[in-house]
Design a protein around this ligand. Structure first.
Ligand SMILES: [Ca+2]
Ligand SMILES: [Ca+2]
Ligand SMILES: [Ca+2]
Ligand SMILES: [Zn+2]
Ligand SMILES: [Zn+2]
Length: 531
């Protein structure tokens, strides 16, 4: 009985204490600090990245009642939480050095936290604590508290980014682009707004004019003398810089969208954004990257100043000039890859060229000014298959790519085809050849005077037109380095020159309407540029 009464007495002694413990005990308490592996100070603000955070628990305590009074219990870590769920949840583990990271089974071994690389926001990290319900000094059982979540460490994982240039965009005169910069989260872990002045900076190419043969000089901010990318005046921004290259928000904000105007068909450059975040000036990352701090305009990952979306960007070097078609003695047409991309104004409309095809520029005064409607066109010259761009006389300065700067390899001349009326000696005359500016003069009155049946310098016989077309092809042939050939060579060629009266009669009976394929083979002997 004595033994039993002792038990009862003990039970009597514990029971009220236990009841009291249930109402008055503090739960286990504890927290943690978060350190950056690269510094010895705790972290409150950090930029998004692949960082392993070091966690150091604070001392954790619990007090519960034993028959000898309030007494400390041991507290253990039974887990960790970042208060996130599913996909967003980071990992707790062990890191010996702050960089490598290992998962662990025992929450007591945790000293590191690895967030999801994309996480941006207010981060909270806390241990989950439980007591060992035995008094440290007495060894007596105590109230067994439920596990509790400790006081979380709070910090702000921020990011500041700028949106990219649309990937399919290529530069065009007066196009407008939009770029947005964002600071996130908008409110930090202390409840303060993350807003800042946001400043955008443009860097830009400085091509003269807006393509290789045209400019707009108005004295206005958007003429095409200066840089090729500029900030127009726009609400919400102060625009500064000699080249309109700085745009500063006029108010504090966590996001801003700025407009950029393109003033050149070959424009290239980039845009950066800066803001004051957590006590420092910071540069925006390109959206979706960790190590790019500029949005290129246009998208140009191979750095050839040509939009990667351009069909011929794959040809690579901006100075490349080896247009293969149609075949000739020397490949290329004198226009670099970048120049073919930047393009020309042709009769008032912009066009880009094809770097796989040889291009030539001609002003055809003979047909368009002197003899419209006669069907002279370019005579039989188109048979060579060269891509001809017929421009106005105002669209060249002798040279056609005269407004050049980037990736220029050659000043390429324009051919002017014009009327000379009458000459005692020639039906046509060409002063020099490309790439020098070249004039081809056709003496149509001389041709008409020689052509049957009327032999009249003021009337156009059918044969006069055919002969003129042949002479046009002959002179344009000279302009691209073709030479005469005579007796013993292919006679049915526009470059064939009769040496005898018989050959001359034969010429008028069958006026050559093409270039020869062999002997000597004028079709392949021309060149548009020096080697
Ligand atoms: Ca490119
Ligand atoms: Ca070319
Ligand atoms: Ca070409
Ligand atoms: Zn000749
Ligand atoms: Zn020939």
């Amino acid at each position: 009985m004595a033994k039993g009464s002792l038990s009862v007495a003990l039970w009597m002694a514990i029971a009220p204490l236990k009841a009291k413990a249930q109402t008055n005990d503090p739960p286990p308490s504890g927290s943690c600090y978060v350190f950056s592996p690269s510094s010895s100070s705790v972290v409150e603000y950090s930029r998004r990245g692949m960082i392993v955070w070091e966690i150091t628990p604070t001392s954790a305590t619990d007090y519960d009642f034993t028959p000898w009074g309030l007494e400390e219990n041991f507290v253990v870590f039974v887990g960790w939480t970042d208060f996130m769920e599913g996909e967003d949840r980071g990992e707790f583990g062990y890191s010996p050095d702050g960089y490598s990271f290992y998962p662990v089974n025992n929450p007591e071994w945790v000293n590191a936290y690895r967030p999801k690389p994309g996480f941006v926001g207010v981060l909270r990290i806390a241990p989950i604590l439980d007591d060992i319900p035995i008094g440290i000094y007495s060894g007596m059982p105590t109230y067994d508290d439920d596990p509790v979540t400790g006081e979380p460490w709070k910090m702000t994982i921020w990011e500041f980014w700028i949106t990219p240039c649309p990937s399919g965009w290529r530069p065009r005169l007066d196009d407008t682009l939009q770029f947005s910069a964002y600071i996130r989260p908008t409110t930090d872990h202390t409840g303060q707004s993350m807003e800042s002045i946001i400043k955008f900076f443009l860097t830009s190419s400085l091509e003269p004019g807006y393509c290789l043969n045209a400019t707009r000089e108005t004295g206005e901010w958007n003429d095409t003398i200066g840089t090729d990318l500029k900030f127009p005046d726009q609400p919400g921004f102060e625009i500064t810089g000699l080249d309109h290259n700085i745009a500063t928000t006029t108010y504090l904000t966590t996001e801003a969208t700025v407009h950029v105007v393109c003033l050149d068909y070959g424009a290239y450059g980039g845009i950066e954004a800066m803001a004051y975040i957590a006590g420092k000036n910071e540069t925006a990352r390109l959206e979706g990257t960790l190590d790019v701090y500029m949005a290129k305009i246009p998208v140009d990952n191979d750095n050839n100043h040509i939009a990667d979306s351009w069909a011929f960007n794959y040809l690579g070097s901006p100075t490349r000039d080896d247009d293969p078609e149609p075949p000739a003695r020397i490949q290329g047409d004198g226009f670099s890859l970048y120049e073919e991309y930047r393009g020309f104004i042709v009769k008032g409309n912009w066009r880009e060229l094809n770097p796989l095809r040889k291009d030539v520029f001609i002003v055809n005064l003979l047909d368009e000014l002197y003899h419209p409607g006669l069907g002279l066109d370019l005579g039989y010259f188109p048979n060579l298959g060269i891509t001809v761009h017929l421009i106005w006389n105002t669209e060249h300065r002798g040279y056609v790519n005269f407004l050049h700067r980037t990736a220029h390899i050659l000043d390429q001349g324009c051919i002017v085809l014009t009327e000379g009326f009458f000459s005692e000696e020639n039906m046509g005359e060409t002063d020099i050849d490309l790439p020098v500016p070249t004039t081809c003069v056709i003496y149509t009155e001389t041709i008409r005077a020689m052509g049957p049946p009327h032999f009249d310098r003021y009337t156009w016989d059918k044969l006069d037109v055919e002969a003129t077309k042949s002479i046009i092809a002959h002179e344009l042939g000279h302009a691209i380095h073709l030479q005469h050939h005579g007796t013993g060579t292919t006679t049915n060629c526009v470059m064939f020159v009769p040496q005898t009266v018989a050959e001359e009669l034969a010429w008028w009976l069958q006026i050559p309407a093409d270039y020869c394929d062999n002997n000597p083979g004028c079709r392949y002997l021309w060149v548009l540029r020096p080697p």
